[in-house]
Design a protein around this ligand. Structure first.
Ligand SMILES: [Zn+2]
Length: 258
């Protein structure tokens, strides 16, 4: 762990940043770093004895990028909820970071290769790094890539459903599988769809940047585990039974009096 003073020095009155990243930065972090550098370059230190670094956005006074990211994400989500009335984002059965990911995916703000290419980032290829069939768009990554399809079909099979035809990002993340559901079960099913999207993107990144292994069955198990952990800990009036959850989820609807 480094302190700000380990990375920032002064040349007369101008600030000099000596970043030493553990790994190459990518995606939105590149633009954010450019903005930070542009901001810092405008700062001229007036009096060496009076200036000091402080961080007032956390109660303990400690700066962490995790806390900063969470504050920014919360602001973005609240803006979408209240200014653009995106009420479907109000699903509180998953962590805030998952809702933010879904919002970014729907706004095409996920750094897949076609989106990076549109923003002028020079890439060797825009083909899907997982299947190498077709360009890597957000729709391809989250729906049409054969790796995504494989997992998605497993999720539907888990719930005893036929896969939806003509699936789109809107149908996937805003819909409720065309069944007539109670409001609570609509939120639960949506939480599972969101967990699928969030974990799929996380696994895509691990595969691309760390060359980790990928299997449909282990991905399904991860979705089952995470969605159970997130949803069961956030349900106020109900309880989910793990064995019912993984074996016959719709009957759990009755058994759990949901
Ligand atoms: Zn693909």
């Amino acid at each position: 762990m480094a302190k700000v003073r380990d990375r920032v020095t002064w040349n007369e009155q101008l600030i000099i940043c000596n970043f030493r990243w553990k790994r190459d930065i990518f995606g939105r972090a590149i633009n954010e770093l450019d903005s930070l550098n542009a901001l810092l370059n405008t700062y001229v230190k007036q009096d060496k004895s009076k200036d000091s670094w402080s961080w007032n956005l956390a109660g303990n006074g400690l700066f962490t990028t995790k806390k900063l990211t969470s504050i920014i994400d919360e602001k973005i989500l609240n803006h979408e909820l209240f200014v653009h009335n995106e009420s479907f984002l109000k699903n509180k059965l998953v962590p805030l970071k998952v809702a933010i990911f879904i919002w970014r995916a729907l706004k095409k703000r996920i750094p897949v290769r076609t989106e990076l290419d549109k923003r002028g980032i020079d890439l060797d290829s825009v083909r899907c790094p997982l299947c190498d069939h077709g360009v890597e768009s957000i729709e391809h990554t989250l729906i049409f890539c054969r790796h995504a399809m494989d997992i998605w079909i497993r999720v539907y099979r888990w719930w005893g459903l036929r896969p939806v035809t003509n699936l789109s990002l809107n149908k996937l993340f805003k819909g409720n599988c065309n069944r007539s559901l109670t409001p609570l079960w609509s939120r639960i099913w949506q939480a599972i769809e969101w967990t699928y999207g969030y974990l799929l993107w996380k696994n895509r990144n691990q595969k691309v940047f760390s060359n980790s292994s990928w299997s449909g069955s282990s991905s399904l198990m991860e979705i089952q585990l995470k969605s159970f952990e997130w949803i069961s800990s956030r349900l106020k009036m109900h309880r989910l039974d793990w064995l019912g959850w993984i074996s016959d989820s719709w009957s759990c609807l009755v058994d759990c009096s949901v």
